[in-house]
Ligand binder design. Sequence first.
Ligand code: SF4
Ligand code: ZN
Length: 419
Amino acid sequence: LKVTVTEVPVPVSYGPAFEGERVRKDDVYLECGGGKTPCFELVRIADMDQVEDGKVEVIGPDIKDVEPGSRLPLGVIVEVAGRKMQEDYEPILERQIHHLVNYAQGVMHIGQRDIAWYRIGKSAVEKGFTMEHIGKILHAKFHQDFGAIFDKCQVKIYTDEAKVKELLPVAQQMYRTRDERIEGMTDETTEIYYSCTLCQSFAPTHVCVVSPERTGLCGAYNWLDCKASYEINPTGPNQPIAKGETLDARYGNWKGVNEFVERASRGAVSSYNFYSVVYDPMTTCGCCECIAAVLPMCNGVMTVNREYMGMTPCGMKFTTLAGTIGGGNVTPGFVGHSKYNITQRKFIAGDGGLKRLVWMPKMLKEEIRERLIKRGEEIGIPNFIDMIATEEQGVTEDEILPFLQEVGHPALEMEPILG
Ligand code: SF4
Ligand code: ZN
């Protein structure tokens, strides 16, 4: 039954050399996601008899049906089956889609989950690349890299708008369920954190260290996912780290973590804090879901998600922020984080925690509404969610400050954020 696939059946060159390559606007044949169309990717476990190994279906228009420069919605669903396959492994396979698709020359992939962004370049289309090849790549590489944990895999590629819209909430519910698996754990209850260095091909000094209360900034890897990934691949990008002596409990700084980060960043980063955006925050890479920034005048912090295209009170849009701080450095005052992390109890805890949050885009607030309300109750401010300004109140510090004063935002009463 074991299938061995030795090469990737695509009409373009394929390999890590093409991973960092961009497809510029003028060279785009087809674009999916990136905030312009709905787009998601999902790996899910299926029963053996439901999966026909190697089958790739494109449901909806393919390259041949659209003009150069087109946009389509996209849903990529990979179904895997096998005796050793577990639900815990789904996110790990899913997170590989990013670099596996990027390996194709002339194809660009950014992000993950429901913020994925695909660009298929004209050069790739000229060589005969179609949507079906995305499925061929995933089938071949999943067998090559993860053949030990599953037996069969099939791929469904939806470009039909109605279908994508129907399946997107299903995928989003699965992301939520995965996120919440970590809910009961705290950083104090484990001596072991996990590294993630998957993004070093783009950001060579970037090292995520994932603790129960600090999920990876891409939002796709939490502590349990990293643990499962290490089980599958003990020499892979997710290594256990004994956190060692606590050097600073408030900001979240551990001797063992620092030593690991220094080695893994090849000396570029010798120490960082888990719970601060102000002081030596974690390194940030380009695939973060959100970026937090200090707003000195408001004595608080804002955060912005990738899908929000507008201006923000720190004076930069998301793209500019990501371009500035996403290269794998520690940038005091700015930090990348996942959406889920906003409502984790250790979110910028060293800087005062959630109470510091003074601005976020309305769409992000709505997306995490339920959890935000729950956290507001936990911190003793049940209407906290309504105190956070959005673009409706303004997109500069000057514009939002009067609102914060009017609602009595707690950040205004806290110790100065820049000590
Ligand atoms: Fe791993 Fe961090 Fe990259 Fe996510 S952002 S894949 S956790 S290195
Ligand atoms: Zn990254």
